[in-house]
Design a binder for this molecule. Structure first.
Ligand code: SF4
Length: 174
C-alpha cells in the first residue's frame, strides 16, 4: 500500500469490520438498533446484502460512513488477512485494533491537511515527523491499544500549540 492511498477505504481487503464493530440506534440514519461487536443482520459473509438499496432501506448512516482505510489496514497489516468469521475469538481484539487504527488514520488526515498552514519551520518539522511515524509504522494490536494514551495525546498537544493557524472548521473534516 502506498502512502498516497493509505486513507482510501478498500472493503475488498477488509472483513466488514465497520458492520461488526460499530453500534447504531434506530432513527433517521439506521432502520434498527445494533450493539457494538454484533454482526449486522444485513451482513452476508463480508458483504452488505442490501448495499445497492441502503438509502431506500433506511441506512443513510452506512452510506455516510468512511473508516478512512482503517479497516483494510487492520485486517491486512495487523491480522494478516484473517477474519472473525472463521475465527470468532478474534472479534474483540479486531474491534479494539480497528478503534485504534481509526484514531491513527484520523490524525494522518489532520496532519496531511495541516500541510497547507503557514507553520514555523520547527512546527512543520514536527508535523512531518508525526505524519511519517503514523504512515510508515507497522502497527501491532497492542500498539494500537496504547495509541490513544500515548502518541495520539502528543499529536493533539501539537495541534493545540498551532491552534492559532487553524480555521474553525479544521476539525470538522474527520
Ligand atoms: S446495513 Fe449493510 S452496510 Fe450497514 S452495517 Fe449492516 S451490513 Fe453494514
Amino acid at each position: 500500500m502506498t502512502q498516497t492511498d493509505l486513507l482510501k477505504t478498500d472493503c475488498s481487503k477488509c472483513a466488514a469490520l465497520c458492520c461488526l464493530v460499530l453500534a447504531f440506534d434506530k432513527g433517521e440514519d439506521f432502520a434498527f438498533n445494533k450493539n457494538p461487536c454484533e454482526p449486522c443482520r444485513n451482513l452476508s459473509g463480508h458483504s452488505c446484502s442490501i448495499h445497492d438499496t441502503l438509502l431506500e432501506e433506511g441506512f443513510r448512516g452506512c452510506v455516510a460512513y468512511d473508516c478512512l482505510g482503517a479497516g483494510n489496514r487492520v485486517i491486512q497489516e495487523v491480522f494478516g488477512g484473517r477474519s472473525w468469521r472463521q475465527e470468532p475469538m478474534l472479534m474483540r481484539v479486531m474491534m479494539e485494533a480497528f478503534s485504534g487504527m481509526r484514531e491513527v488514520h484520523k490524525r494522518i488526515d489532520l496532519l496531511r491537511a495541516a500541510e497547507t498552514l503557514p507553520l514555523s519551520e520547527r512546527d512543520e518539522q514536527a508535523r512531518h515527523g508525526y505524519l511519517e511515524r503514523l504512515e510508515r509504522h507497522r502497527w501491532s494490536g497492542s500498539e494500537l491499544n496504547e495509541f490513544e494514551f500515548g502518541l495520539a495525546l502528543e499529536i493533539d498537544v501539537f495541534f493545540h500549540g498551532i491552534k492559532d493557524y487553524l480555521p474553525m472548521s479544521f476539525f470538522d473534516q474527520t
